[in-house]
Design a protein around this ligand. Structure first.
Ligand code: ATP
Length: 311
């Protein structure tokens, strides 16, 4: 396996009586989008600030390409970050904001125009940033993060303020940046967006990692896959399924719930037994379900996404 591009190891950080980080450890490998999620106060921003050398941990360390941020020469060439998109000088144009950043790191005006094109701000870059919508500020922030063409990117809540078109754009951008071999760490409280975007998800709570796994594995781990069967002959259906070794429960006069079996197998058993049915639906856990299971009552976030899949 290649060396992780961002490495967070045993971070502990206390603010007064608050233990913000309590042994936070994870790695962000190249070529993948790693989601970083957790409820308010879980320690995401503090972790990101430590990675970027903006906060000092009481214990542990964070490395970018094997080196502490503060020891990086021209850090924008090693790691790009979108941390607070709202923090802009309002009287400066978007392009001048980027030019100012580029100059501080010895980068050309040509690179500034390249990243403006990359984020789709060519039409607005010469306007004052004070008039930018939050979505435009996010794009400008991403342009700034990309200035140094870095192998690692950290984006804190990049979906905030984006319209649906912007969300689709950012998903594609993150996927293509990872496909180019970059390590991409993206924080979000919108799990649905990560399900379509991240390869790996690090779920955090109370300053430490609760789960760190590929999206598909997380969903499978939490999934209590159940198949819901609608049939005019529930007793006959349950009998046939029991004889085939499946766990089937009649829940009302035309419904049977089967746990731990694929819909195809259920259809095959019923067809062979000559039992009629009108609907077979697999109910599957989503990333939102996993998130709520892992973080328990620590969050007010509630999923609105549909969770049924018709078979
Ligand atoms: N500078 C600070 N002074 C005091 N407490 C702080 C400071 N920064 C963070 N904290 C506290 O540390 C804990 C972790 O905060 P952090 O901002 O890292 O969480 P988060 O997961 O990013 O949350 P959010 O999603 O709300 O941004 C919280 O209880 C927060 O109040």
């Amino acid at each position: 396996m290649s060396q992780p591009t961002i490495e967070v190891s045993g971070l502990r950080k206390r603010f007064g009586t608050t233990q913000a980080l309590d042994g936070m450890s994870f790695t962000v490998p190249p070529g993948r989008v790693t989601g970083f999620v957790g409820p308010n106060g879980a320690g995401k921003s503090t972790t990101i600030r430590v990675i970027l050398g903006l906060d000092t941990p009481d214990e542990g360390h964070a490395l970018v390409g094997g080196v502490r941020y503060k020891r990086l020469h021209r850090p924008l060439r090693h790691v790009g970050a979108l941390v607070d998109a709202a923090a802009l000088q309002p009287s400066r144009t978007g392009r001048n904001h980027l030019l100012w950043l580029a100059r501080s790191q010895n980068m050309s005006a040509r690179r500034v125009d390249e990243v403006i094109d990359l984020v789709g701000l060519a039409g607005a870059a010469r306007r004052k940033a004070g008039g930018f919508s939050l979505g435009m500020r996010q794009r400008l922030g991403i342009a700034a993060a990309m200035l140094g063409d870095p192998p690692a990117l950290i984006l804190d809540e990049p979906f905030n303020g984006m319209d649906p078109e912007g969300i689709i754009w950012i998903r594609h951008l993150l996927r293509s940046l990872a496909a180019e071999g970059r390590a991409v760490l993206v924080s979000s409280h919108l799990m649905g967006e990560l399900q379509d975007t991240a390869d790996q998800v690090v779920v955090v709570g109370r300053g430490r990692v609760l789960a760190d796994a590929p999206v598909a594995e997380l969903v499978a781990r939490a999934s209590s896959d159940q198949v819901l069967l609608r049939t005019p002959e529930p007793s006959e259906a349950a009998g046939a399924l029991h004889r085939a070794g499946l766990r089937a429960t009649v829940t009302d006069q035309n419904t049977v719930v089967i746990a731990g079996a694929a819909a195809q197998r259920i259809v095959a058993v019923l067809s062979q037994a000559g039992v009629s049915f009108s609907e077979v639906t697999t109910q599957r856990a989503t990333l939102e379900d996993v998130y709520l299971q892992l973080t328990g009552g620590e969050t007010e976030y509630r999923a609105a996404a549909g969770r049924e899949r018709q078979w």
